[in-house]
Design a protein around this ligand. Structure first.
Ligand code: SF4
Length: 73
């Protein structure tokens, strides 16, 4: 049977450490549905899970390692 749809993105849970975050905005550009900058320019996490590929990309681009995939260990 031909596959005419991309496989569904795998979801994963993640944690966000706001203490180490300095609101550089990198994660907000990569995953704007998961992270955003509020009116004070502070990064806010909007979800506890998301598409694994983009959570991973946001995590790898975070200079302070504030984003951790819960299935990483
Ligand atoms: S990439 Fe990291 S340091 Fe930058 S806003 Fe996102 S969580 Fe904060």
């Amino acid at each position: 049977m031909p596959e005419d749809k991309a496989p569904a993105e795998q979801e994963c849970e993640f944690s966000f450490n706001s203490v180490c975050c300095h609101s550089c905005g990198a994660c907000c550009e990569i995953a704007p549905d998961l992270f955003t900058l509020d009116e004070h320019g502070e990064c806010v996490c909007l979800a506890q899970s998301g598409p694994r590929d983009r959570v991973w990309e946001a995590a790898t681009h975070c200079p302070n390692d504030c984003i951790e995939l819960d299935d990483e260990n």
